[in-house]
Structure formats: structure tokens, C-alpha cells
Design a protein around this ligand. Structure first.
Ligand SMILES: [Zn+2]
Length: 132
């Protein structure tokens, strides 16, 4: 599942190539449930006159669902890492290094992310084969 997130900003803050919309989160929370989200999304080319308008930058992420752990375990993990595991996974961030550009090499690594919240790089470090 893909998840559409919005960031409110001024048009002058857009970088060429950014996706943006004039529709806010209330639109995107329900859009796309029937397959397509193409309407109302624009690609900023660098010269469209939106500098003085408030717009929503569109960020498309993956809707990772954190596995359920007992509240006690999640509280303990929050104490250890300083981050809320479920919130961090929903925000598509790494609980260990804070990376936001998440890519996983296989389904097992993606599954591991929903358990630990660790990005591929952090997983590779933690689960490295000591003999390899
Ligand atoms: Zn990481």
C-alpha cells in the first residue's frame, strides 16, 4: 500500500521535480482508495508561478504497518532508542539512524522493518554474518 503525505509550504520553497497540490490532507486521507490518485497532483518544473501561494508538497511513502508488540515492550524500546517504534515506522523512518529514504532488498528485510523499524543499512550491520 502507498500512503500520500502532505507538507504545507509556500510555493517558493518547492524544488524542481517536487510533487505538489492545492488539496490538503483531508483530501488525501480518502483519495486513492479506488486505485488512482493522479488528479490534483502537479510536478513543479521550476517556472510555474506558485511562489506566493500556500501549497501542499506531496510525499508518497509506503504504508508500513508496525507489528503489534505488548505496550510494555514498546515502552521499553522507546526508552532504549528514544523514539516511538510505531510512530517512526508510520513516518517511514529508521528507528536507529533516522534515515528517511527507505529501500529494502527483499520481503524478509521489509518484514524486519515492521518489527524493529531498522532501515536496510542498520539491519545489515546488526545481522551481519560474523564469519562472512
Ligand atoms: Zn538506519
Amino acid at each position: 500500500m502507498l500512503k500520500i503525505k502532505t507538507e504545507k509550504m509556500m510555493g517558493s520553497e518547492l524544488q524542481p521535480g517536487n510533487l505538489f497540490s492545492t488539496a490538503g490532507p483531508e483530501h488525501w486521507d480518502t483519495a486513492g482508495q479506488n486505485g488512482s490518485v493522479g488528479e490534483k497532483v502537479y510536478i513543479f518544473t521550476g517556472n510555474y508561478p506558485v511562489e506566493d501561494s500556500e501549497i501542499y508538497r506531496i510525499v508518497i511513502g509506503v504504508d508500513y504497518e508496525a507489528t503489534e508488540k505488548s505496550p510494555e515492550i514498546d515502552a521499553l524500546l522507546t526508552t532504549i532508542t528514544g523514539k516511538d517504534r510505531v510512530e517512526t515506522i508510520q513516518a517511514n523512518k529508521c528507528t536507529t539512524c533516522g534515515a528517511t529514504d527507505l529501500k529494502f532488498k527483499d520481503a524478509l528485510s521489509t518484514k524486519e522493518y515492521t518489527i524493529s523499524g531498522m532501515c536496510q543499512e542498520c539491519q545489515d550491520k546488526v545481522f551481519a554474518d560474523p564469519n562472512g
